[in-house]
Design a protein around this ligand. Structure first.
Ligand code: SAH
Ligand code: DHB
Ligand code: MG
Length: 222
C-alpha cells in the first residue's frame, strides 16, 4: 500500500458512506479562502466524531483547537437535543472564520467559540463551575496535549470520553529520541494518560487523506 492508495480508499469510502455535504464543503472552502491551514479532520474522521457524540448521548462537548470549525460542525451534529459545544481557539482569525462557518451551518446557537490560549479557557471553565462535559476532543498544539488532558480531567464525569487527534505522527511517536516538539508533546500526553488512575485508554493508528496518524480514546472510569 502506498499513500496514494490510502487517498483513493478514503475517497471511495467518502463517496460510498458520506455522500455530498455542502455544509462541510462550504466550511472548508471558506477556511481555505481565509488562508487557514488544511489540517481539519478528514470527512470520514469528522463523521466518526459525530457518531461518538451521538453514541455517548453527549449534551456537552468540549473541543480544544477550533481552526475553521469543521470538526465543531461534526461534533455539533451529534449533540443530543438542546446540547452545546464549547470550542477553544487561540487565533482570533481562526475563531472568526469558525463563527462564520457555524453560522452558515445553522449551528451558531449550539456552538460557543472561546478565543484565547486553551489552558486559560479550560481553567476558566473549571472556575466557572461548568457542568461536566460528556465528550472532549483535543486537537490544538501538540505541546499542550498533556496539560489539556490534565485540565480536562476537572471538567468531565465518570463515563465521559476524551479523544485526541494526531497521536501517531507518521509513526514518529514510537521514537523516544525524537526531537520534534509535537512528537514529544504527544508522548508526554500518552505517558500522562497512562499514569492516570481515573482513566482507561487506547490509541488506534489511522491512514487516509490525512496521512499516517492516529486517535487516542480515553474513557473516564473513576
Ligand atoms: N479541530 C479542527 C482542527 C484544529 S487545528 C478541525 O478538525 O477542524 C489546531 C488549532 O489549534 C489551530 O486553529 C490553532 O490555532 C489552535 N491552537 C494552537 N495553539 C492553541 C492554544 N494554545 N490554545 C488554543 N488553540 C490553539
Ligand atoms: C497538524 C495539526 C493537526 O491537528 C492535524 O490534524 C494535522 C496537522 C499540524 O499542526 O501540522
Ligand atoms: Mg488534528
Amino acid at each position: 500500500m502506498t499513500p496514494r492508495d490510502f487517498d483513493a480508499v478514503d475517497h471511495y469510502l467518502e463517496d460510498t458512506l458520506l455522500g455530498d455535504d455542502p455544509v462541510l464543503a462550504a466550511a472548508l472552502a471558506a477556511s481555505d479562502e481565509a488562508g487557514l491551514p488544511a489540517i481539519a479532520v478528514s470527512p470520514l474522521q469528522g463523521r466518526l466524531l459525530e457518531l461518538l457524540a451521538r453514541a455517548t448521548g453527549a449534551r456537552r462537548i468540549l473541543e480544544v483547537g477550533t481552526l475553521g470549525g469543521y470538526s465543531a460542525i461534526c461534533l455539533a451534529r451529534g449533540l443530543a437535543e438542546g446540547g452545546r459545544v464549547v470550542t477553544a481557539e487561540l487565533e482570533p482569525h481562526h475563531a472568526a472564520v469558525a463563527r462564520a462557518n457555524l453560522e452558515r451551518a445553522g449551528l451558531a446557537e449550539r456552538v460557543e467559540v472561546r478565543v484565547g490560549p486553551a489552558a486559560e479557557t479550560l481553567s476558566t471553565l473549571a472556575r466557572e463551575g461548568a457542568d461536566p462535559f460528556d465528550l472532549v476532543f483535543i486537537d490544538a498544539d501538540k505541546t499542550g496535549y498533556a496539560q489539556y488532558f490534565e485540565l480536562a480531567l476537572d471538567l468531565v464525569r465518570v463515563g465521559s470520553l476524551i479523544v485526541a487527534d494526531n497521536v501517531v505522527r507518521d509513526g514518529e511517536v514510537a521514537d523516544a529520541a525524537s526531537t520534534n516538539e509535537a512528537v514529544r508533546g504527544v508522548r508526554r500526553f500518552l505517558e500522562r494518560v497512562a499514569r492516570e488512575p481515573r482513566v482507561e485508554a487506547t490509541a488506534i493508528q489511522t491512514v487516509g487523506v490525512k496521512g499516517y496518524d492516529g486517535f487516542a480514546v480515553v474513557s473516564v472510569v473513576a
